[in-house]
Design a protein around this ligand. Structure first.
Ligand code: NAD
Length: 485
């Protein structure tokens, strides 16, 4: 197939001003960490050190929770919903105004292609603030308390997020919490703290009262200290199932509420009556969007046996056109793997896939010499028992399985400990509805994949977690009909 040649089209990074070091954002200002420790954040595409980031200690976590409690009691838990809405609208507009800066910074710190941070992550983050700004003064009409009067905030919320959508996950967490009248202490992932720290500047720019949003940086130990803090009313966590289970154990028996958004191993199911060319685009989007670092990625392709060969040959042809390389280049489809540790995990599980007998294929593609890279990879002849069919690879790796009947597709799709999302490709509306009813997944996409909207709830079944984010269901996790604390 003829291949288009592209001239380099790099986005300028002049718009971002990365400081050499960052403090913690507590009580409305940047402060030094009590222990004085720090760690480095790097650009995964080049391994260039970007900045020194403060490591928050237990003492810092305590300071941040106290600042959030003071802001909750003194201001945020008292002002009207309309006033909270004004602040959220202000933040949303600033995010739009500074969208290019956020997108470039996200791409540099995370490794994702600029076209994704520019067209997906940042616009959606702003949309979450706009959506929740609209709810702030209408909560008593939202039916959240089952007729039990006006909903009340929970108080101080601890929030811990992963590295795959740093700014978007921040928005999913902070916007609903603030709309409902809570104050927050948020910990971004240790490999991608920069956009959260830029967001702290946005809070200052928006004149958000001090302590309403606190950003503390650090690794797992900092997250654990936040989880264990006795004055945190709710924990909202997005990350791995392993850490999610540890958090659930930590808070068991306490009064703390929790929302856990965990891992996934989604089935993307293609029936023989599906529009195959569209389905191939959906398969590519499902697993190669964001380097496959997506909790709801369509990492298991279930394809009906009669169209298997056609789908795989079209898929391979299409993958020959995927451009891997400089994340800041506007024509790049697949950027860098976020960290050396994640690259190791992808390499290890891919090697296991081969050793267990699956057939491995990647298009010819030249990977940059520096940084963390992995080519788009497809495994065919995958069996249900293979680890690549059961475990989350969290990288650009697709496992292909086949089925003959809808019943078999459902049985195979549901045969994992996870249940976050699924995709169905078919011409028949009745089959879509039947499949959606049978699939044990929080989100089922029909003839599309990886579509997100702030009005739509997102969350998992089984070991993919509990609670929902987005939409009315997401607000439920941030209010109570009981008394104020
Ligand atoms: P991770 O669980 O290792 O880390 C997530 C966050 O938790 C990080 O900020 C980390 O510092 C912190 N953390 C680590 N140990 C902790 C502890 N003991 N206590 C408290 N916090 C702790 O996950 P990751 O590797 O950063 O992210 C990838 C995982 O996130 C994948 O499994 C993916 O499926 C999942 N994810 C889920 C969703 C969703 O909405 N369901 C969205 C994005 C990512």
């Amino acid at each position: 197939m003829a291949k288009f040649e592209y001239a380099p089209a790099p986005e300028s990074r002049a718009i971002v001003d990365i400081h050499s070091s960052y403090g913690l954002f507590i009580g409305g200002e940047f402060v030094e960490s009590a222990g004085g420790g720090s760690f480095k954040t790097i650009n995964p595409a080049t391994e260039e050190v970007l900045a020194d980031i403060s490591e928050a200690t237990t003492e810092d976590v305590d300071r941040a929770v106290k600042a959030a409690r003071t802001a909750y009691r003194g201001v945020w838990g008292r002002i009207s919903g309309a006033d909270r809405g004004k602040y959220l609208f202000r933040i949303a507009r600033i995010l739009q105004e500074r969208a290019r800066e956020f997108a470039v910074l996200e791409t540099i710190d995370n490794g994702k292609p600029i076209k994704e941070s520019r067209d997906v992550d940042i616009p959606l983050a702003a949309a979450h603030f706009f959506y929740h700004a609209g709810w702030a003064d209408k909560l008593e009409h939202a039916g959240l308390t089952g007729g039990g009067g006006a909903p009340r905030p929970l108080g101080v919320v601890g929030q811990v997020i992963p590295w795959n959508f740093p700014m978007l996950m921040l928005a999913w967490k902070i916007a609903p919490a603030l709309a409902c009248g809570n104050t927050v202490v948020l910990k971004p992932a240790e490999t991608t703290p920069l956009t959260a720290l830029l967001f702290a500047e946005v809070c200052q720019q928006a004149d958000l009262p001090a302590g309403v949003v606190n950003i503390i940086t650090g690794a797992g130990a900092t997250g654990q200290a936040l989880t264990e803090h006795p004055d945190v009313d709710k924990l909202a966590f997005t990350g791995s199932t392993e850490v999610g289970k540890a958090i659930a154990r930590t808070i068991a028996g306490t009064r703390k509420k929790a929302t856990l958004e965990l891992g996934g191993k989604a089935a993307n199911i293609v029936f023989d009556d599906a529009p195959i060319d569209q389905a191939v685009e959906g398969i590519v989007n499902g697993i190669f969007f964001n380097q496959g670092h997506v909790c709801c990625a369509g990492s298991r392709l279930l394809v009906q046996e009669s169209v298997h060969d056609e789908v795989i040959s079209k898929l391979k042809r299409r993958l020959g056109t995927v451009r891997v390389g400089d994340p800041l280049d506007k024509n790049t489809d697949l950027g860098a793997i976020n960290s050396a540790a994640q690259l190791d995990q992808i390499r290890e599980l891919s090697a296991v896939g081969e050793a267990e007998g699956a057939e491995r294929w990647s298009p010819p593609c030249e990977l940059p010499g520096k940084g963390f890279w992995f080519p788009p990879t497809v495994f065919t002849n995958v069996a249900q028992t293979h680890r690549i069919a059961q475990e989350e690879v969290f990288g650009p790796v697709l496992s292909v399985l086949t089925f003959r009947t809808p019943q078999e597709a459902v049985a195979k799709a549901n045969n994992t400990p996870y249940g976050l999302s699924a995709g169905v490709w078919t011409d028949k509306g009745s089959r879509i509805l039947w499949m959606a009813d049978q699939l044990r997944a929080g989100v089922v996409w029909a003839n599309t994949f990886n579509k997100f909207d702030p009005t739509s709830p997102f969350g998992g079944f089984k070991e993919s977690g509990y609670g929902r984010e987005g939409g009315l269901h997401g607000l439920e996790g941030y209010v109570t009909s009981g008394g104020d604390r």
